[in-house]
Design a protein around this ligand. Structure first.
Ligand code: HEM
Length: 505
């Protein structure tokens, strides 16, 4: 006879007793882990078994909530998302110290359930270890070969502004939503580098790709998807992650067709695009019978990464730009004046003009700061046991380098909560670089598209304001415009309509 049955407890009581013991052991285990002087983890709120600190977190504005917790626990602290130990970094000093001074230690990408399911560690954004290094290196060098940071990209962007302006003109000053138009323009810059051609804004495949990127930016880090990442067993109750996974499958079907089309016509002596460069590398690996890196998994993830990262980020920033310029018409007026004085109306803006346009340059930087496109950054993970600022952070710990806390750090910005282009101007009106301007993050995972994005932002913005004056639809005043962001994987403005009024020639 067993000990339990000798106690003659009914079955449900036995179950309850076992559950209580498990919960108690888990609580003691967490408590010891947190307090023991051997570990010296950064401090933090006491977690509950299984759910960690989830019950106290505001998942809708996690960035702001995490910043508030720093008032209690300091700029480096620990929280538990479920049973996942997570170190939070708050403010410019802590984020820079981790990502730049301890670059190797903080270089890994967090393993998030939804993206592990779809990317399986492939590609760059959700890539891990040696495969990530190889794919990142290949991408940077190939995009450079196809014009990243050079005149070729500048010419492509200028060509695209022509198409963009035509679409804006077609509304003849009537209100319209610019989201998909800006998405298409930004996406086409990537398409021309990756595929060697641009798409018509009405092309049905192109529209599908853009819809998927847009939806995944919305659902990829929604509160429901965050819950799924932490408690995958609750997946059957939640919906957003299913949409993300379905979307990525649909994206991959299109990418496989694109691959077959290019594979049949690629020529080693005349490589014209990123995708062709990938196929050539794949053929070289095939000959060596290795197939280590240039396989289908990496192809699908790389292409998905470039379309997603290259489309939503830049276009959302431009969307914020339109909204902010409508909200602050006196700043828009000064931008118009500088464009008229330096470029005039007869020729296209070029990157070379930027050095003579400190005010517009400052406005574009301030738009990026306030747009704060990745409020939580993309989540990192430690690659090894790490000693950081007197604490010990074990290998595999999830890390959140909160970018809102850098771009709105009150020790770095005079008026962090205000839209204030003077943040980027010295007392003589010259452009001023700011160390805490880190919308592209820093360190090993720093955005590889930074130079393309900066070119796009300056040229699209300047050309749009050279051609149009932007104002809210009739009946809506500047003070009615709402700057509260909608937070998903990225932070975007609430839906709004804009009137693009052609400026005199
Ligand atoms: C305004 C535009 C953009 C912003 C604000 C932005 C910002 C960021 C940020 C914050 C990260 C995460 C860095 C980290 O993990 O520490 C990132 C990663 C990345 N971005 Fe961008 N990005 C922009 C445009 C682009 C463009 C145009 C491309 C296309 C080439 C691109 C490609 C990527 C890729 C592939 C990664 C993953 C890097 C890695 O994990 O190694 N981004 N970006």
């Amino acid at each position: 006879m067993s000990v339990l049955s000798s106690l003659s407890l009914p079955n449900s009581d036995i179950l309850l007793a076992v559950l209580l013991v498990v919960v108690l052991v888990a609580a003691i285990h967490l408590f010891i882990l947190k307090r023991t002087s051997i570990c010296k983890l950064p401090p933090g709120p006491t977690p509950l078994p299984l759910i960690g600190n989830m019950h106290t977190l505001d998942l809708k504005r996690l960035d702001k909530h995490l910043m508030k917790l720093a008032d209690v626990y300091g700029t480096v602290y620990t929280i538990y998302l479920g049973n996942r130990r997570t170190v939070v970094l708050i403010g410019y000093d802590a984020v820079k110290d981790a990502l730049v001074n301890h670059a190797e230690q903080f270089a890994e990408r967090s393993h998030l359930t939804v993206f592990e399911t779809t990317a399986k560690g492939n590609g760059i954004i959700f890539g891990h270890g040696e495969s990530w290094k190889q794919m990142r290196r290949f991408t940077l060098s190939t995009l450079r070969d196809f014009g990243m940071g050079k005149n070729t990209t500048e010419d492509r962007i200028i060509e695209e502004t022509g198409h963009l302006i035509k679409v804006f003109e077609s509304y003849q000053g009537q209100p319209f939503d610019a989201t998909f138009i800006l998405n298409s323009a930004a996406s086409n810059i990537l398409c021309s580098m990756v595929l060697g051609n641009r798409f018509d804004y009405k092309d049905s495949t192109f529209l599908t790709l853009i819809r998927i990127v847009h939806e995944n930016a919305k659902f990829g880090a929604s509160p429901k998807t965050q819950l799924y990442n932490i408690f995958p067993f609750l997946g059957f109750l939640l919906s957003d992650h299913k949409k993300v996974i379905e979307n990525i499958k649909e994206f991959h079907v299109i990418l496989k067709n694109v691959y077959n089309e290019y594979r049949s016509k690629v020529c080693k002596d005349n490589v014209r695009s990123y995708i062709e460069a990938f196929i050539i590398k794949q053929q070289e690996e095939d000959l060596k019978n290795t197939n280590l890196y240039f396989h289908e998994g990496n192809y699908l993830s790389l292409m998905t990464n470039l379309f997603s990262a290259g489309t939503e980020t830049t276009s959302t920033t431009l969307l914020w730009g339109l909204l902010l310029m409508m909200k602050f018409p006196h700043i828009q007026k000064k931008v118009h004046e500088e464009i008229d004085a330096v470029i005039g109306k007869q020729r296209n803006p070029r990157m070379d003009d930027r050095k003579n346009m400190p005010y517009t340059d400052a406005v574009v930087h301030e738009i990026q700061r306030v747009a704060n496109v990745f409020p939580l950054n993309l989540l990192h993970e430690t690659t090894m046991d790490t000693h950081f600022r007197g604490y010990f952070i074990p290998k595999g710990t999830q890390v959140i380098p909160v970018l809102t806390s850098v771009l709105f750090d009150s020790t770095q910005w005079e008026t962090p909560e205000e839209f204030n282009p003077s943040h980027f101007l010295d007392s003589n009106g010259k452009f001023l670089k700011k160390d805490a301007f880190l919308p592209f993050s820093a360190g090993r995972r720093i955005c590889p598209g930074e130079s393309i994005a900066k070119m796009e932002l300056f040229l699209f913005f300047t050309t749009l304001f050279q051609t149009f004056c932007f104002c809210p639809p009739p009946g809506i005043s500047a003070s009615d415009l709402d700057l509260t962001p909608v937070i998903g994987l990225t932070s975007s403005p609430k839906h709004f309509k804009v009137c693009a009024l052609k400026r005199g020639t």
